[in-house]
Ligand binder design. Structure first.
Ligand SMILES: C[S@@+](CC[C@H](N)C(=O)[O-])C[C@H]1O[C@@H](n2cnc3c(N)ncnc32)[C@H](O)[C@@H]1O
Length: 267
């Protein structure tokens, strides 16, 4: 059965009203996406019920748009955020065909997929410690020929990448533990704590990434870490303590902050 798509239809009106009543700010946009995703009214009712029950839209639909790509998002995997497109863009700007690119803490692999799409011929690797994220990233990165590794930060990377990585990307968890309770329920209830909680000041994982980065970067290679505006000076300090030369890049449009650390050309 085909569903009515104009939002003026009674079914569509019911979807919009239900979503709005559940507190969805972009009820009309979400209704449009659900109406085009569902093949039957039963499917539509199930999508709407899950969304109205607080499940993130991307988990309901099974995908998110990221840098113009449709990225599969499986249950229990962190939903790629719009602001992270800035990290992907900054990383792509530093990569060339033939560059070795590594996306640590890759989640769905959205950032690696965006860089692979923007820089044909780059050798792209991604890794995450969560098996669900690794499965999802493998789905998203198969077409790009990127390799996805499972394990703690650098541990699962092929040893021959040491000293050869041109662009090292990390959107690691950076929410301070005491802020987790302030996150919207969509994140708290549907994304793994491991994907969000960055420890007391939010920088525990970032510090580990920064400390080991010089061992993996090629001379002149770049480490890019997404962070918040408030945390940026501390992230930059961690990058500098790791032996890289840091700078802070910001996007007002996406309200996004990235710390970029460059490896010295001589060791
Ligand atoms: C904030 S999410 C970001 C996901 C993805 N990079 C993105 O931007 O959509 C952080 C990710 O880091 C992963 N992670 C947390 N601790 C890790 C660790 N020690 N080693 C590898 N991955 C880790 C989580 O499983 C999660 O997928």
């Amino acid at each position: 059965m085909s569903l009515p798509s104009p939002l003026s239809s009674p079914v569509a009106g019911f979807v919009v009203d239900t979503l709005r009543a559940a507190g969805c700010v972009f009820a009309e946009d979400e209704a449009r996406l659900m109406l085009s995703a569902a093949r039957t009214r039963t499917e539509l009712a199930a999508l709407v019920a899950r969304r109205a029950g607080g499940v993130p839209l991307e988990h309901v639909l099974g995908w998110a748009e990221f840098c113009g790509l449709r990225i599969a998002v499986e249950p229990g995997v962190f939903v790629p955020r719009r602001r992270t497109e800035f990290l992907a863009r900054e990383a792509a700007a530093l990569a060339r065909p033939g560059s070795v690119v590594v996306d640590l803490c890759c989640g769905t692999g959205a950032v690696a997929a965006a860089v692979a799409a923007a820089v044909p011929g780059a050798e792209v690797h991604a890794s995450d410690v969560e098996p669900a994220a690794v499965r999802c990233a493998r789905r998203n990165l198969a077409a790009a020929g990127a390799r996805v590794h499972e394990g703690d930060l650098y541990a699962p990377l092929p040893a021959d990448l040491r000293g050869r990585v041109d662009v090292l990307i990390a959107n690691a968890p950076y929410v301070p533990t005491h802020h987790i309770g302030l996150l919207p329920p969509e994140a708290r209830d549907h994304e793994p704590l491991l994907a969000l909680d960055g420890g007391a000041d939010g920088l525990d994982v970032q510090r580990r990434v920064a400390t080991a980065a010089p061992d993996w970067l090629a001379p002149g290679g770049a480490l890019l870490i997404e962070t918040s505006e408030d945390q940026a000076p501390s992230t930059a300090r961690a990058v500098e303590d790791g032996g890289l030369v840091p700078r802070i890049a910001e996007s007002e449009e996406l309200y996004a902050t990235v710390v970029i650390g460059i490896a010295r050309r001589s060791r």
